[in-house]
Design a protein around this ligand. Structure first.
Ligand SMILES: [Zn+2]
Length: 262
């Protein structure tokens, strides 16, 4: 059984077809999915998914790309995370300098402050972090270290950075999650990185509705297709699909401190 460690089932793309999407998960042997929060107005929908479905989990947090979104306070993140047992993580949070454009480094301070708030809340609430990093890996690792994120750990989601960045994150106890991007023909470097990341530090995800893996490119991605990411990585790492599924599922439970149901 596979687990999708990162999806956005609350997004409008899924609204009318949730029963079908859940059934597709079952058919593809995808046992669980983590629904990841990106902003506060949408957060109640993320939480409701986890409360209504035994095999869905939730996180709480505000994405670094959502510049004008209401800012989450430290108190809100801690209280919300502690209030609901199915909230298993804080995020997604992190840094994204990709859209910075002409703006100065200093003008992105709000993003770094928001990131620090999430890390502090994660440490106190003992809920691991879901990290998004794009064009900002040096600062991401630096801030994680400065804030002591190794005491709580978490996952580097939709990983597209170098092995050195993966190594630095793993040294702080983080897991590395690969999405459908690893199946793309253009992703040779990422495939090499994936080969080097040990099976016991790896998660898999869809980031659906985005980034459908081969052979579904151009379609709307969904959690069932994490199985395609898993099958691809099994081949890449010269291991069986069962072995890959077992490791990545065990890692998911370990990463998010979940007592595994028998
Ligand atoms: Zn995401």
């Amino acid at each position: 059984m596979f687990i999708d460690s990162h999806c956005h089932l609350d997004f409008p793309e899924f609204q009318s077809r949730l029963p079908e999407v859940l059934e597709n998960m079952r058919l593809a042997k995808v046992s669980h999915a983590l629904c990841v929060s990106v902003d506060l107005p949408d957060f109640p929908n993320v939480l409701k998914l986890a409360q209504d479905h035994i095999n869905l989990y939730a996180s709480v947090g505000v994405h670094p790309d959502y510049e004008d979104a209401p800012e989450p306070t430290y108190d809100f993140l801690v209280q919300t995370a502690l209030q609901h047992p199915k909230i298993i993580a804080i995020g997604e949070t992190g840094l994204d300098y990709y859209r910075m454009g002409d703006r100065s480094y200093e003008s992105m301070e709000w993003q770094r402050e928001r990131f620090r708030t999430h890390i502090r809340a994660a440490i106190v609430s003992k809920k691991p972090l879901i990290i998004h990093t794009r064009s900002a890996s040096v600062d991401t690792i630096k801030i994680l270290k400065e804030e002591g994120a190794q005491t709580i750990g978490g996952v580097m989601h939709c990983f597209t950075e170098s092995y050195e960045v993966a190594r630095a994150a793993m040294d702080m106890g983080f897991f590395i999650s690969f999405s459908g991007i690893v199946t793309f023909k253009s992703a040779k470097e990422l495939q090499e990185t994936c080969q080097k990341v040990p099976l016991d530090r790896m998660l898999i995800e869809t980031d659906s509705p985005y980034l459908p893996p081969i052979p579904y490119r151009g379609k709307l991605n969904e959690p069932a297709w994490v199985s395609k990411v898993g099958e691809f990585i099994a081949l890449l790492k010269n291991t069986s699909i069962e072995e890959l599924a077992k490791h990545t599922s065990d890692n998911f439970y370990q990463c998010f401190h979940i007592d595994r149901e028998c």
